[in-house]
Write a protein that binds this ligand. Structure first.
Ligand SMILES: Cc1cc2nc3c(=O)[nH]c(=O)nc-3n(C[C@H](O)[C@H](O)[C@H](O)COP(=O)(O)O)c2cc1C
Length: 200
């Protein structure tokens, strides 16, 4: 019997703290053999530089190359499976519901992007792709990080959860005896991958 190919994943990294979750998730998705369409907000690039020491400039292959150079252990096939799209590339496949089903993860998700998605703004490719995922009922996972949470944050999350999104806060558990930051990051990334595996 032929194996059913895994859905492509749109991964958006926005400007909340926790860029390492996003980059680790990217590695793990590529290791699974998934196609990953990567979207970066401007603030996401700033946080990646500050928290991961990785400066990402330009768009498209430049970004993909820099990320792959940062993760030398990734398989060669990852080079073709990672595609970066600019924030105004309205022709990108995730900007339309008619270009085939895909899952989307926003990790980490800033409160700004979360609010924009909850409000249906679609003012950049991240917001548009999330809007498409919601209307098409495709899997959409948001990984917010903020503390404390205002009533506005909480109401936006409730609105998104009611619309079918999964709100998966960047809140790793300590009960598995994590002794390093890498363990905590993998704890959270495993939870995201579990959700993706559940039928997506
Ligand atoms: C180093 C750094 C850390 C930040 N951490 C957070 C955060 O944890 N959560 C959050 O919602 N915003 C955080 N921000 C603020 C967002 O980056 C800012 O609101 C930005 O407008 C979000 O834009 P984006 O949603 O397009 O990425 C942080 C900004 C910087 C520079």
């Amino acid at each position: 019997m032929k194996a059913i190919p895994l859905l492509p994943v749109t991964l958006a990294i926005t400007g909340a703290s926790g860029a390492r979750y996003g980059l680790r998730l990217l590695e793990r998705l590529l290791e699974q053999g998934r196609q990953v369409d990567l979207l970066l907000s401007d603030a996401g690039r700033i946080v990646i530089a500050r928290e991961c020491g990785l400066t990402l400039t330009g768009d498209g292959p430049d970004v993909a190359r820099a990320i792959l150079a940062h993760s030398p252990a990734l398989p060669k096939a990852a080079q073709d499976a990672l595609i970066h799209h600019a924030q105004r590339d309205w022709d990108a496949p995730m900007a339309s519901g008619s270009r085939g089903a895909r899952a989307m993860v926003i990790c980490p998700c800033s409160m700004g992007t979360l609010a924009a998605v909850a409000g249906g703004l679609s003012d950049n490719l991240i917001e548009r792709a999330a809007d498409v995922a919601l209307k098409e009922r495709w899997p959409l996972i948001l990984v917010p990080r903020e503390t404390p949470l205002s009533i506005i944050h909480l109401e936006n999350m409730l609105r998104l959860a009611r619309s079918g999104a999964v709100i998966l806060p960047a809140a790793p558990g300590f009960y598995q005896g994590a002794s390093t930051m890498e363990h905590l990051i993998d704890f959270l990334v495993d939870r995201i991958l579990d959700r993706l595996a559940g039928g997506f």
